[in-house]
Design a protein around this ligand. Structure first.
Ligand code: PRX
Length: 644
């Protein structure tokens, strides 16, 4: 291993930190490991407002866990009312900046009024506790209001990222059996109006469960409204009372379902419930983001991903944070848009992805250097491994060597951060998520579940359930069992490879399955392959990830065609567009390679491993003993040389 730089926290940071010094971290970790029920039970009483107390902390019938059994609470109440009732109603909750430059400040009292009016409007539309709603919106305050209004009523929400196509939206609406869709005319991105409502209209041709669509007017662009089904947001909330009691909900009431890519063509609906999720989101805000009452916190994620759920809505708001929300692209109108926002609002905590950092590095230091970033005190990274060079740039150029970086490892399924440094306690090593959170029994093991030694690679698992753990896959408990709990019974299988160094620090190496990570977004190779073979010209497709300087990985597709005369260049373009239409623009392949055949084993399985090697090294050195036709690989490699 090459030399690793170690960055201990400064004395000044340690002094003000929520968890100060390594001994304090170790004490928390030990207590949670030895007495998990007491540990989580006490925190739940302190950090969550209960409408009815829980009778016991934990029930575990593998693979199904229940936390804070018998308790009743409400996530929206905890994110908003709790702070207003404590006298913090005048505190700013949201500092919004739209891409065109419009700004809004929303206090916790105003937010409570907005949510209550909107929730009353939803009740008038006939929405009830237990119903499901899809939220398909740009990054505007109404997206937060929509999520929290659903939570207030006990309507399970599923936010679909605005970059998903109507086909992807349709599949999610159908799987969830949603009754309500909350959307907008569109949003602003790179100076253009990105329309959302037409995709909803297209999807709803095949979604009989949807009774109502609520449309927020953001861009004021032209919109077609379907009489009786579609309602403007402002009309829904007009004249409604600002009093809408939060519904007392069981601790295990389904709060949200978020679809993510797995190893098959069909996305999985990851279910998170109420109290355990909320508690761990709140605790990681304190432990990892070291949140203080006067922080101006900014997470640049979109609410369409889990990061937006846990670290824009439920985590920060349950702790009464003031946070920035920005609608648009980081490069509009210039590459300093984010730094302008940091300087303008005096952001103190900033959380983004390695892909964004790498893209900004490429534009040069003059962009951040033109702004006063001295308000920042803590930086965060999420979604993919951060390479040490990007880490050092982030640390020196953005943080000016003063701000610890919390590299946070977690997943849609884990709900909240499981491995990350407590910044006032744990010395940092660039590229490592460092140590697990209290109550997280993470390990690196071989296929028999035995811990591997220091610096050995293995599978990253979690040995015991944690409060914000995925509860099931919506409508498919068997897949839940198979996917996460069957390889090493009783242990959660993350699908990531990792190693632990001599200090016990975790280094996450990437996925061990057919899941790609493009710009920190999860994409399944099977999902892209299924999209490709739905095109009439395509016979077979194999998709692999190719290392990419900025986005970590890019989508590379090998395609064989049905009989016919095809112009490869035109068809390549068409197939890229096609994947965009079937999944969403962010999934568009970077490369399509046509071939007469794909490398297969004798039993007919496509050998993606060889294709991965081919796109990475342009040769194949690995084991090809099971390959049916060796010449296929030679031809694919030669073809690439011809084209290059
Ligand atoms: O491979 C890991 C990678 O992202 C996967 C989870 O993706 P998703 O559910 O979309 O959630 C992304 C936001 C939490 C993981 O299995 N990953 C996430 N964070 C890191 C990471 N890999 C390395 N380091 C991280 N900090």
């Amino acid at each position: 291993m090459s030399q690793v730089n170690v960055y201990p926290p400064s004395a000044e940071f340690v002094e003000r930190a929520n968890v100060s010094g390594m001994e304090a971290y170790k004490a928390l970790y030990k207590r949670a490991a030895e007495k998990p029920e007491e540990f989580w039970g006490e925190l739940a009483k302190e950090k969550i407002s209960w409408m009815e107390p829980f009778s016991h902390v934990f029930e575990w019938e593998p693979p199904f866990a229940k936390w804070f059994v018998g308790g009743k609470t409400n996530a929206c109440f905890n994110c908003v009312d709790r702070h207003v009732l404590a006298g913090h109603g005048e505190k700013v909750a949201l500092l919004f900046e739209g891409e065109p430059g419009d700004t809004r400040k929303v206090t916790y009292s105003e937010l409570l009024a907005d949510i209550s009016r909107f929730a009353n409007g939803l009740l008038k539309l006939g929405v009830k506790t237990g119903d499901r709603a899809i939220i398909y919106m740009p990054m505007i305050p109404e997206a937060v209001v929509a999520m929290l209004a659903c939570a207030r009523l006990g309507v399970t929400h599923s936010v679909v990222f605005g970059g998903f196509s109507s086909e992807a939206l349709k599949a999610r609406i159908q799987d969830l059996g949603a009754k309500l869709v909350i959307t907008a005319d569109g949003g602003w991105r790179r100076g253009k109006e990105i329309k959302l409502k037409p995709a909803v209209d297209e999807a709803l041709n095949d979604c009989p469960t949807v009774e109502s669509v609520v449309v927020c007017a953001r861009t004021k662009g032209s919109v077609e409204m379907v009489h009786g089904r579609d309602h403007w947001w402002h009309a829904v909330e007009a004249g409604q009372s600002e009093n809408c009691p939060a519904v007392p909900l069981d601790s295990e009431h389904p709060l949200f379902v978020l679809y993510t890519s797995g190893t098959t063509g069909k996305p999985k609906g990851i279910l998170h419930t109420t109290a355990g999720y909320l508690l761990q989101a709140a605790m990681t805000m304190e432990w990892v983001f070291d949140l203080k009452a006067d922080d101006i916190y900014w997470c640049t994620a979109d609410i369409g991903w889990v990061t937006g759920h846990s670290y824009i809505v439920y985590g920060p708001m349950s702790r009464g944070a003031t946070q920035i929300i920005y609608e648009g692209a980081p490069d509009t109108p210039g590459f300093d848009r984010w730094w302008k926002i940091v300087a303008h609002f005096k952001a103190t905590v900033f959380y983004t992805s390695p892909t964004a950092i790498r893209a900004l590095i490429r534009q040069g230091n003059q962009w951040p250097e033109a702004h006063d970033l001295s308000s920042l005190r803590l930086l965060g990274s999420v979604g993919e491994p951060i390479n040490p060079a990007a880490w050092e740039w982030y640390y020196n150029v953005i943080g000016k060597g003063r701000c610890p970086i919390v590299d946070t490892w977690w997943q849609t399924e884990t709900g909240t951060i499981l491995i990350a440094p407590m910044p006032g306690a744990v010395p940092l090593k660039p590229g490592s998520g460092t140590l697990p959170m209290p109550g997280v029994m993470a390990d690196v093991v071989d296929l028999d579940g035995n811990s591997v030694g220091a610096n050995q690679e293995g599978y990253l698992i979690v040995r015991r359930p944690w409060p914000s753990m995925v509860r099931t896959i919506w409508g498919d408990p068997q897949r839940f069992q198979d996917q996460y709990w069957s390889r090493l019974p009783g242990n959660y299988f993350t699908g990531d490879a990792a190693r632990r160094d001599e200090d016990g620090y975790f280094w996450v190496l990437g996925r061990v399955d057919d899941v790609l990570n493009v710009s920190g977004h999860r994409l399944s190779t099977m999902e892209v392959e299924s999209a490709l073979v739905r095109h009439p010209a395509v016979a077979e497709a194999a998709v692999v990830g190719k290392p990419h300087e900025i986005t970590g990985q890019s989508v590379c597709c090998f395609v064989t065609l049905k009989k016919g005369d095809f112009d490869h260049e035109a068809l390549g373009k068409e197939l890229r567009q096609w994947v965009g239409h079937e999944i969403g623009a962010f999934a568009r392949p970077e490369e399509i390679r046509f071939s007469d055949a794909l490398p297969k084993t004798r039993s007919g399985k496509i050998m993606r491993r060889l294709l991965r090697e081919l796109v990475t090294n342009n040769t194949v050195a690995g084991d090809v003993t099971t390959l049916e036709d060796l010449s296929v690989i030679t031809k694919l490699a030669a073809q690439h040389d011809d084209e290059a």
